[in-house]
Design a protein around this ligand. Sequence first.
Ligand code: TRP
Length: 324
Amino acid sequence: MTAPETPKTYLSGVQPSGDLHLGNYFGAIRQHIAAQDNAYYFIADYHALTTQRDPQQVRDNVYDIAATYLALGLDPDRAVMWAQSDVPEVTELAWLLACVTGKGMLDRATSYKDKEAKGLTASVGLYTYPVLMAADILAFDADIVPVGSDQVQHVEMARDMAKSFNSAYGEVFKLPKFELGVPVPVPGIDGDKMSKSYGNAIPIIAPSKKLRKRVMKITTDSTPLEEAKDPTGCTVVELYKLMATSDEVAALELSYRTPGFGYGEAKQVLFEKLEEVFGAARAERERLDKDPAHVYAMLKQGADRARPVARAVLNRARKACGID
Ligand code: TRP
């Protein structure tokens, strides 16, 4: 008889940027929540300090991520979620990893290289970003790190650091693997990739009126009302497809091909779908915002569960290199 396989540990870090939008939801959050059993998710507030200098913004963003995940269905009894800075074992581990990491590896990290290429001076924090990220992953003996393509290099570096440490001191770290999600293209209201920095985002959670206004701003072509319209590539249809059933999509496409159906109506259909999919999350978020202490308690509970795991790994690493 073969022993039952121990379930794989999933771990991912979420950068606390504000104003979470549909691109964030369909690109990452939805997958995180769907895979929440055996998962460790933390809010990377120490990483955020490499780009954010406004303390209130850092605080608000951490809260926003936690409350949004909860509102969208993160169950703190299934997934462990915490703020990175609440588990200081990770930053301690980062030092041990830094000492087995060649400078040449960090010179090749794209986040740092991109900044230098733009003629900007990088902070040491940005330069060592991959070391902290490796500690995030290795401190929890993570098996799988689900990431977007921009983070693959970082996970490979974490693997390399684990190997360097293991070859210097013995088998201390488990080697993590990345899991590349299928990219989900989410267009913004101007048809370009949805991004906070492009100013074309549709928020996941927003008051109904504001959401409708945003949807009504989606750029469409200028086919007149009385003419049939081509649904192919229309941003309204592309967004609708992310949420609607194939029958619903077919019905909308049929309407497009029917003269007299206008873009205003199409946008109304999309708006109603957004309300249907995210209305409950908005109500839950409003409830949570009346009681932020509940959200902080969830993060605290997450940190209480995460810390002993990181502590055990850190002790293993300290002992291996003679800090005991
Ligand atoms: N660098 C990741 C990002 O920008 C966030 C992150 C920090 C992370 N630590 C991590 C992701 C550890 C996965 C594992 O999205």
